[in-house]
Design a protein around this ligand. Structure first.
Ligand SMILES: Nc1ncnc2c1ncn2[C@@H]1O[C@H](COP(=O)(O)OP(=O)(O)OP(=O)(O)O)[C@@H](O)[C@H]1O
Ligand SMILES: [Mg+2]
Length: 525
C-alpha cells in the first residue's frame, strides 16, 4: 500500500503537520481555560487571556480547514495515480491474459477498488501519525496534572483497545467479500450488456436479473456486515470517552474534596478527556479503513499481476512509434522471397483446448493479394492473430519480412501492420484513413454483408493497396476470391491447397464446394 502513497509523502507530511498544529491549538485551549478560571478567581484582568483564546480558536478552524483540504487533495491524487497505473497495465495485457480475465471484474477494480484508496490515504496514513502523537501529547499533559486521574483514564481506554482489536479484522474480511461481490456483479453486467439482443430474443431477462441481483445482494450483505463491525468499533470508542468522563468525575470529585487537586485541574482534565475523543476515533477509523483499503489493494495488485506483453509495452512509445528500425517494415521489397511465412506452426489457445493450427506452413510473396478461405473454425482468423503476435505458437515460426515476429519490437510490428478485424464496425471511407499505407494489410472480411457501395469502395482500396504491398484477406465473398492473386484453402487447422480460383475450382473438392455454397450464397444474398 505504501507504494501508492510514497510519491505524495511530502504533501501528506504538510497535511499531517497542519493537522498536528490544529490539534496543538486545541490542546493549548484547556490550559488557557485553567488560567482564565484562576485569573477570574483572583479578580485579575482577563483581556490578554481572552485574546489568546480567540487566536487559538480561529487558528484551530483555519488550519484545520487547510489541512483537511490538502489531505483530501492528496488522497484524490493517489486514486488518480493508481488508476493511471492500472489502466496502462491493462492496455499492456496480452490478448491471452485478457481472454482469461473477466472484463467486468477488471472494470470494477479500476473504478471502484481504486476509490477505496482515498480514505486510507487521508485517514489511515495521516490519522495514525496525528492520532498517536495527539494521544501521547494529551496523555503527557494529563500526567503532568494528576497521575491518579491519568491511571483511571488509561484503564478505561485499554479495555476499548481490546474490543477494537477483536473487531477490526472482521471489518477487513467483510470488505474483501463486498469488493469481490462488486467485481462479480460487474462481470455479470458486462456479460448481460454484451449479449443484450440474445437475452431479449430468448426472453432470458428474468434469469439474468436473478444473477445480477444475487451478486448485488451478496455485496449488500458483506457491506452490512462491515457496517455492523464498524459501528461497533466506532461506538466503543465513543462509549469509552463517556465512561472515562464519568470515572474522572467520580474519582476527581473525591480528590477535589480531599484537597489533592484544584477545581481548575479537574475541569481541565475533563476537557482533555473530550480532546482524547479525536485521536482515539482517528486511530479507530484508521484501523478499519486500513482493512478496507488492504482488501482493495489486494484486488488491484491481482489485476496488476496479469500477464503483460514482453517489453512491458510503454504506452507512450506505442502511439508515437513512427519509423521501424532500418530494414524492418520497409515497403514491400519484391526481391525478398517471402513477406509472410508460417513454418510448421502448431497453436492452441489454452493448454486444455485442442490444437487450432496443426502444422500450418505457407509463404506469401511481397506483392499482391492473398485470400484465405475455409469453413468456419478452420483457423483463418487465428493466422492473423499469430501474425499480430496476439498469441505465440506452441511450436514452429511466424516470419514477417524474414524476421521471426518474436524478434520484432511488439509496438513496431503492429505499427507496420494494418488490421481490420472480422465484423469490426469499419466502413471503407474510414478504412482509407484508419490504414495509413501499412507495410502489411490484414483484412478479416465480415461474414455479414456490407452495402453495395461500401463493398465496391472497400474492394477498390484493397486492390490499390495490393499493388504496392502485401495484402492478406480472409475471404467470405466470391468477388474477393476472384480478385485474389492466390488463394490458400484451410480446413481443420491445416493448409489443404494453394492456387487461383479457376485452378482450385477444378482441382480441390473442398474449394469447389465452398465456391458453390458459401461464396455463391454470399453473391445471391
Ligand atoms: N480466443 C479464443 N479462445 C479459445 N478458442 C478460440 C479463440 N478464438 C478462436 N478459437 C477457436 O479456434 C478455432 C479457430 O478459430 P478461428 O477464429 O481462427 O476460425 P475462422 O477460420 O476464422 O472461422 P470463421 O470463418 O468463423 O471466422 C475455432 O474452433 C474457435 O472456436
Ligand atoms: Mg474468423
Amino acid at each position: 500500500m505504501y507504494s501508492y502513497v510514497r510519491p505524495y509523502r511530502l504533501a501528506l507530511l504538510a497535511g499531517g503537520v497542519l493537522s498536528l498544529v490544529t490539534a496543538a491549538t486545541g490542546l493549548a485551549l484547556p490550559l488557557v481555560v485553567r488560567a482564565l478560571i484562576g485569573d477570574l478567581g483572583q479578580h485579575r484582568a482577563v483581556t490578554a487571556v481572552l485574546l489568546l483564546m480567540t487566536v487559538l480558536v480561529t487558528a484551530n478552524a483555519v488550519l484545520g480547514a487547510m489541512g483537511s483540504y490538502l489531505l483530501r487533495r492528496t488522497a484524490e491524487s493517489v486514486v488518480l495515480a493508481a488508476r493511471h497505473r492500472l489502466v496502462d497495465r491493462l492496455l499492456g495485457l496480452t490478448i491471452g491474459g485478457l481472454d482469461r480475465a473477466e472484463p467486468g471484474d477488471l472494470m470494477s477494480r479500476v473504478t471502484s477498488d481504486t476509490t477505496l484508496l482515498r480514505d486510507v490515504t487521508t485517514n489511515s496514513v495521516v490519522g495514525v501519525v496525528t492520532g498517536s502523537l495527539t494521544l501521547v501529547a494529551t496523555l503527557v499533559l494529563m500526567g503532568l496534572m494528576d497521575l491518579v486521574l491519568l491511571g483511571v483514564t488509561v484503564g478505561v481506554f485499554s479495555l476499548t483497545a481490546l474490543v477494537i482489536g477483536i473487531v477490526v479484522p472482521r471489518i477487513g474480511r467483510a470488505a474483501r467479500q463486498a469488493q469481490n461481490s462488486v467485481g462479480v456483479m460487474g462481470a455479470a453486467l458486462e456479460r448481460m450488456l454484451g449479449a443484450f439482443r440474445t437475452i431479449k430474443a430468448s426472453g432470458a431477462e428474468h434469469r439474468e436479473s436473478e444473477r445480477i441481483h444475487a451478486a448485488a445482494r451478496e455485496a449488500w450483505r458483506a457491506d452490512i456486515r462491515a457496517a455492523k463491525w464498524q459501528a461497533i468499533a466506532g461506538n466503543t470508542a465513543g462509549l469509552s470517552v463517556q465512561c472515562a468522563f464519568l470515572a474522572i468525575l467520580a474519582v476527581g470529585g473525591t480528590r477535589v474534596a480531599s484537597g489533592a487537586i484544584s477545581v481548575g485541574t479537574l475541569v481541565a482534565f475533563l476537557l482533555y478527556i473530550f480532546y482524547l475523543m479525536m485521536p482515539i476515533q482517528l486511530l479507530e477509523e484508521a484501523a478499519s479503513q486500513y482493512q478496507v483499503a488492504a482488501a482493495a489493494v489486494a484486488r488491484i495488485q491481482e489485476a496488476e499481476r496479469l500477464p503483460v506483453e514482453p517489453g512491458g509495452l510503454p504506452i507512450g512509445e506505442m502511439t508515437t512509434a513512427a519509423a521501424p528500425p532500418a530494414g524492418l517494415g520497409r515497403p514491400a521489397d519484391p526481391a525478398r522471397p517471402a513477406a509472410v511465412s508460417f513454418e510448421q506452426v502448431r497453436f492452441r489457445y489454452r493448454p486444455e483446448l485442442p490444437d487450432v493450427h496443426q502444422g500450418v506452413s505457407f509463404a506469401i510473396p511481397p506483392r499482391g493479394m492473398t485470400a484465405f478461405v475455409g469453413p468456419s473454425g478452420a483457423g483463418k482468423t487465428t493466422v492473423f492473430s499469430l501474425i499480430e503476435r496476439f498469441y505465440e505458437p506452441q511450436s514452429g515460426r511466424v516470419l514477417l519480412d524474414g524476421t521471426d515476429v518474436r524478434d520484432w519490437p511488439a509496438a513496431q510490428l503492429r505499427a507496420v501492420i494494418g488490421y481490420v478485424e472480422q465484423d469490426a464496425p469499419v466502413l471503407s471511407g474510414t478504412l482509407r484513413e484508419l490504414l495509413r499505407r501499412p507495410r502489411l494489410l490484414l483484412l478479416d472480411e465480415a461474414t455479414s454483408q456490407l452495402d453495395a457501395l461500401n463493398e465496391a469502395a472497400l474492394r477498390e482500396t484493397v486492390a490499390e493497396t495490393a499493388l504496392i504491398t502485401t495484402v492478406l484477406v480472409v475471404a467470405h465473398r466470391l468477388s474477393t476470391v476472384t480478385m485474389a492473386d492466390r488463394i490458400i484453402v484451410m480446413d481443420a487447422g491445416q493448409v489443404k491447397a494453394v492456387g487461383t480460383h479457376s485452378e482450385l475450382v477444378a482441382s480441390n473438392p473442398l474449394y469447389a464446394e465452398l465456391a458453390a455454397t458459401q461464396f455463391l450464397a454470399s453473391v445471391s444474398a
